[in-house]
Design a protein around this ligand. Structure first.
Ligand SMILES: *[C@@H]1O[C@H](CO)[C@@H](O)[C@H](O)[C@H]1NC(C)=O
Ligand SMILES: *[C@@H]1O[C@H](CO)[C@@H](O)[C@H](O)[C@H]1NC(C)=O
Ligand SMILES: *[C@@H]1O[C@H](CO)[C@@H](O)[C@H](O)[C@H]1NC(C)=O
Ligand SMILES: *[C@@H]1O[C@H](CO)[C@@H](O)[C@H](O)[C@H]1NC(C)=O
Length: 406
């Protein structure tokens, strides 16, 4: 026990990441990109275009539909919010038609709801959507965001190179810090490094960024979700080890409540994002969420696993064809665990899993209080050689939570 405590103490000192007091647990909120993309046609599609009205509506719904009470607090603007030109002083300007009151006013509105406002920029010469990028304007843009009352910045990497990013992303981290306003810093940097076939230096990235994307953008499909889970299962470069309070890998937005996933597949995304300690940033139309999806998004057991204060990122510990086993240690004493049996088959019958607890790494002889992960239903007190029986649907998951009661 003493050895374990000392080990943690030294790890904490050694792997200290960006220290701005933010993202102590994975950030939760809403972001426009996957669902609303670069829809700037407010004349023909006023309810769905990128505009101050959209963000105000979503802020209202986060509160009135109960999401805020569950911890969803960021309202994040994504690409296509700007004018195509900076102003005469070189400052960024929000699109004058679609954001007639400007971003500071919108931030005040979002804050009045007890929520936080995130914004999007790009390290390169342009954003991915072709709006002015931050290259040569990093300090000015950091100061602009601070003056508007922004709480989070996602900095994308289109129209730049990975060699420049080595300097640019740390520089923006410095300029954000210099403003004196704590702003959660989300870096797309490693996703571009991976895209070019290289292994990112995750320790370095964690010392400058709170969260970071490391794989392709999520799409509204099971193929996309499965690909992301496989990337995280491979854990190339051991990026899971860098996760912890202040620093999280970001497998991208939550699409539970959109069009592309079956109910089983939506359960998989929520369970796996909880086990991976992933940011929970929903990109869905909060005006129109099916009750079953809303119940998943607001599931207390899953959110508790996701928000565990230790911030350990769960890992794939077994892979046998389409059958995978993932575990995430919970709490500082390492004695609680969330685990998932995942069936990545596209068809066929459910897998019938029979697994003794010790194969999951649950070795306390006194046994564990075992509960089903989605419902909290008590299964029993199980000892290391006791067996868990689970039926796992195709493209489905069975999740359990084991608590050691000492
Ligand atoms: C440019 O900066 C000056 C001095 O701070 C200010 O008076 C002026 O209003 C700014 N112009 C624009 C277009 O914001
Ligand atoms: C700036 O960095 C220092 C040193 O890491 C930290 O103590 C401080 O909280 C940071 N401030 C902001 C606003 O991020
Ligand atoms: C995961 O690793 C396997 C085996 O090395 C590889 O075939 C697969 O492409 C990888 N998947 C992803 C998404 O990185
Ligand atoms: C990842 O960690 C494993 C041991 O857990 C080690 O063998 C491997 O070399 C590490 N890989 C990288 C790229 O750091």
């Amino acid at each position: 026990m003493i050895v374990r405590v000392l080990l943690f103490a030294s790890l904490c000192v050694m792997s200290r990441g960006l220290d701005n007091g933010l993202a102590l647990t994975p950030p939760m909120g809403w972001v426009s990109w996957e669902r609303y993309r670069c829809n700037i046609d407010c004349e023909n599609d006023p309810d769905n275009c990128i505009s101050e009205q959209l963000y105000m509506t979503m802020a209202d719904l986060l509160v009135s539909e109960g999401y805020k009470d569950k911890g969803y607090e960021y309202v994040n603007i994504d690409d296509c919010w700007m004018e195509k030109q900076r102003d005469a002083n070189g400052s960024l300007v929000a699109d004058r038609q679609r954001f007639p009151h400007g971003i500071k006013w919108l931030a005040d509105y979002v804050h009045s709801k007890g929520l936080k406002l995130g914004i999007y920029e790009d390290f390169g010469t342009f954003t991915c959507g072709g709006y002015p990028g931050s290259k040569f304007y990093l300090q000015e843009d950091a100061e602009t965001f601070a003056s508007w009352g922004v709480d989070m910045l996602k900095l994308d990497g289109c129209y730049s190179g990975i060699d420049d990013m080595e300097y640019g992303y740390p520089a923006m981290s410095f300029f954000l810090n210099q403003t004196g306003r704590p702003m959660l810093y989300s870096c797309s940097w490693p996703a571009y490094v991976v895209f070019y076939g290289k292994i990112p230096d995750y320790k370095k990235i964690a010392s400058y960024c709170n969260i970071w994307r490391n794989y392709a953008d999520i799409q509204d499909s099971w193929d996309s979700v499965r690909g992301i889970i496989e990337f995280y299962g491979n854990d190339t470069g051991n990026f899971s080890l860098v996760a912890g309070p202040g620093n999280y890998n970001d497998p991208d937005m939550i699409i539970v409540g959109d069009y592309g996933l079956s109910y089983d597949q939506q359960r998989v995304q929520m369970a796996m994002w909880a086990i991976m300690s992933a940011p929970l940033l929903m990109s869905i139309d909060l005006r129109n969420v099916k009750p079953e999806a809303k119940a998943l998004l607001q599931n207390d057991y899953l959110i508790r696993v996701n928000q565990d204060s230790h911030g350990t990122q769960g890992k794939r510990i077994m892979k046998n064809g389409a059958m995978e086993v993932w575990t995430k240690n919970l709490g500082f004493d390492d004695k609680g665990m969330a685990f998932a049996f995942l069936n990545l088959n596209d068809g066929g019958a459910p897998f019938e899993v029979r697994m003794p607890l010790y194969q999951l790494g649950l070795n306390e002889a006194e046994g564990y209080n075992m509960t089903e992960g989605f419902t909290g239903k008590f299964i029993g007190v199980l000892k290391p050689h006791d067996i868990i029986n689970a039926s796992v649907d195709p493209s489905g998951v069975w999740m359990g939570i084991a608590y050691f009661d000492c």
